[in-house]
Structures are given as C-alpha cells and as structure tokens.
Ligand binder design. Sequence first.
Ligand code: BLA
Length: 524
Amino acid sequence: LAPGEAVDLDNCAREPIHIPGRIQPRGLLLALRTDDAVVTQCSENVADVLGTGPDGVLGAPLGHVIGTDAARTLLDHVAAVDDPRLRNPVEVTIPVGGTAERFEAVLHHAPGSATATRPAVLVVELEPFSGHAALSYTSTYEPVRDALTQLDRATSLQELYDVAVERVRELTGFDRVMLYRFDADYNGEVAAEARREDLNPFLGLHYPASDIPPQARALYEKNWIRLISDVDYRPVPVVPTDDPVGGAPLDLTYGTLRSVSPIHVEYLQNMGVGASMSISLLRDGRLWGLIACHHYSGAHAPSYAARAAAEFLGSTLSARLVTQAEDDRASAARRSAGVLARLVAATRDDDAPLTDALTGTPGLLDLVDADGAFVAAEHRVGRLGDVPAEETCLRLARALAELDVEVLVTDRLAEEEPELARIVPDAAGLLALVVPDGAVTVWLRREVVQSVDWGGDPRNKAIARREGDTVRLSPRKSFARWREIVRGTSEPWTDDQVDVATSLRSYLAEGLLLRGRRDIRAAA
Ligand code: BLA
C-alpha cells in the first residue's frame, strides 16, 4: 500500500502476502544458491541467534555460517530428495559462541527461482529446538495413530469434524481448535470446536468471506499449514529485500516463518488472540475449510513435528471428507425416501384430512429440515414448528396459488419475492409446493444466525479496542459491511431437499385427483 492509503476490501485482496520481505522472529532465515551454497539473503536477526550479523553472513558459504557439519547435513539432505519440503524438518547442531545448540531446519526451494541458466534458491529456516522430544514416538506417532483409528470409525461428517478438532487440540495444545467450513461464496461457519472450558463457544458462528481474502486462500491451497506463534511479534526484515541473482523479492509461499499481513494481525489482536495456526482442508485441490487454532494466553509455538502431525491429520481428514459426504448424502436420501413413503401412505387415507396426514409422525419437517412448515388444503391449515398464525399462512398460500408455479425455492425471499416477504417478514428461506385448487405446502427458514460480537472478548473480559488511524477498515467494520451484503438469506435448500419435496408434490397432485374422483362418485 502507498503511505497514507486507506485499506479497503479491494486493496486488501491485492496485498502481496507471499512476498512480505519479513519473517516472524521465532527463527531465522537464510537463502542460498544451490550450486555453490553461498548465502544471498538472510533475516536481520541472524546476529541474535548465531552471533554474526548480516555483514558476516551474506556472501559467505553456508558452512561458515552454521558450521561445516550442519551445512553438510542440510546439503546432503537436499541432494537426496526431489522436494526437500517432503522430508522436513532436519535436526542440526550449530556451534553458537562455543556451545553446540540444536535447531530444527525447515528447507524448501523458493518457487520460480530456478531458470534455464540458474539453479533454484534454497530457503533454510532455522528454529531453535523446542526442548521436548519433538519427533518422539509418544509425542507424535501415537496420537496420530489413535486419531486415524478414530477418524476411521467415525460414521458421520460431524463425528469426523469433532474427532479432528479434539485431536489437533491434543497434539498442538492450542486453547481453541475450530473446524471452519466455507460455503459456496467462501463465507464460513464454525462447524466443530474443541476449547478450554472457560472460553465462550464460537460453534455455529458465521464469518464473512472477506476475512480470508482470495490471495490468502490461494496461498493456503499451496501451503497447508501456517503458524503465527506470537501475534504481538516485531517483523524481522530479510536483507537484501531483492534476491541479488533473480532481482525479485524472495517468494515465501512455502516459508514457515513468513511474516503475516498487518491487517490480519490487527484482526487477531481485536479478537484477543495471542497465537494462531491454521491447517488447510482441501477438496479436489480447492480450499474447502480450515482447522483454525487460537491461543489466548500469549505466544504458543508447537514443535515443527507436532505441526507436521496436525497437517497430516488435516490431509487425512480432507480425503475422508469426500467419501463421508457421499455416505452422509446416501443415508439422508434413504431416510427421506422412507419418510416420503410413510407420508404418502398417510395421505391416501380418505378419512383423514390431508393437513393431519402431513403434520403427524412423521411430518413435513422430517422430510425437509426447516424452522417451520405448514400445509393449506381442504379449507384447513396444518402447522408445524415455527410458523406464523393460521390467518397469515392462508394469505401466503393464496398469494402462492396466484403465482402460477408448481415449486418455488428461494434462500433470499425479500430479494427474490418481495410480495411474499411482506406477508412473512421473519422468513428468509421458502420452499413451496403448489397443487392448483388442491393444496399449498410450505417450509420456512429464518435468516441464518450471523451475529458475532467482535467487541466480545473470547476470554469473557472486556478488551480495549485499538483505534489505528492509518488502517481505517478494521476487521470489525468489514463484518458490519458483510452483514449488509448477506442480510436476509437463509441456509440454502440442498438439491436433495428440493428433489424430495418435488416428489411429494407429484404424489399430492395424484392423491388429490383420486380423492376428487371418489368424492364425485360418492356424490353421484
Ligand atoms: C488470514 N483470516 C486469515 C486466516 C484466518 C482468518 C483463519 C488464516 C491465518 C491464521 O491462521 O490466522 C479468519 N480466523 C478467521 C476467522 C475466524 C478465525 C473467520 O479464527 C473465526 C473464528 N481479514 C479481514 C479483512 C482483511 C483480512 C477485512 O478481516 C483485509 C482487508 C485479511 N486475513 C487477511 C489476510 C490474511 C488473513 C491478508 C492472510 C494472513 C497471512 O497468511 O499472511
């Protein structure tokens, strides 16, 4: 952004977050040419960690910077594997001021850095060894194996989500772990949650698509895990900013230390978050959701191994989600076919009014989930769940009968059918079946719950909101804007729900015709 330029949703999506030119200070970064292992760029904090400043590091061979043994270990490793990312981390011991210190090295080739005449740039990120046995059998393999067994046993999507968040929380120790699922427009909902008991639940809350702009989503499709271990960190510049060989800023798409967008940092601070981590959930290569983790009591940095284990769970979950979604759909279809058969059988009983047949056990709400449903037929109204008074139902039924439609489906009633919305102002979603001169059947859904109070502190205490005067679009304002955009929409009706309702309509039309014939015969 140009100095003084206000942040809005458009330039927010243009922020080039893959080339921030800075890193988070929990580790240090070295970039080197792969042909001669000479360091071409480094993070300014090398002096704090290694005791030698950028002047002593830039232009020096890797062996001079981290010691010949550590350099050999890393370079051999890179020579042995195609994609160094697949075998991270590498443990190394580096002499620092006379003592040997242990580090986890995370390696990758900077994307796009190799050309016909130039070998790739190797990015080495070094994080001090976190102390506990990072790669031990008990700390990672066992919980992962248990989690996989549990994921395997799960019989519904919700159970999969619940297992995933519980296990990721156990592996990584975050205060709150959420499964955040996108809708078709990338608005999201917290679909599962494991949290410290004293925290307010976020389960069921909705957030706008603009909270995670498109370039961030694209990045998360490539790099499946990111950790912001201390939201209040001071970014450390990478020097020189441009790679002296390629002449471009270092691409940190795959960097684990990549510095975070300042807007997102403010967002997390507003939420009272001290550390944040996300794991991508993909479906056919596209971002489907995130496992989003928060820590509230300051910084939090799980070891690379724990993160890798969490990422592995995320990718296993991603694979399971597809088959489970199909299984869930198939069993929902079987269930609704059963309900449909029983409803239709009930309507074929000439002695019972149609309104009773559709509002008994099972009833219309067992066929299609909604907040309320009613049927108007034979001068009666049968109501279920949260529906308006009988008089209002009749007015709506008459208005629908005049529309000359057989099936009407909308999840934004006020926008698409303003006349009908005036009759039922509390409804945002409507699914209606009209059999002319026979019956009108209606399911209604309320506006989706979309209120989240950003002023509310997840730790149940009031937080002081920072009022930055350079950043005018605070995450909070973006939320207010989103409310305006999606005002008046309900949960969408699925194709399966519309299909089964449409089948019911055919049976009702046929049944009403039969009843009519019998009535005529009886009268004759
Ligand atoms: C990134 N926004 C993110 C991320 C999440 C969210 C999970 C990924 C990074 C991380 O793990 O922290 C959003 N976090 C949420 C949501 C919940 C949560 C919805 O916990 C719900 C519980 N964000 C804004 C606005 C802009 C914006 C208005 O609200 C832009 C003007 C930007 N969000 C933004 C950017 C990133 C981001 C740029 C990428 C951060 C990065 O990786 O550098």
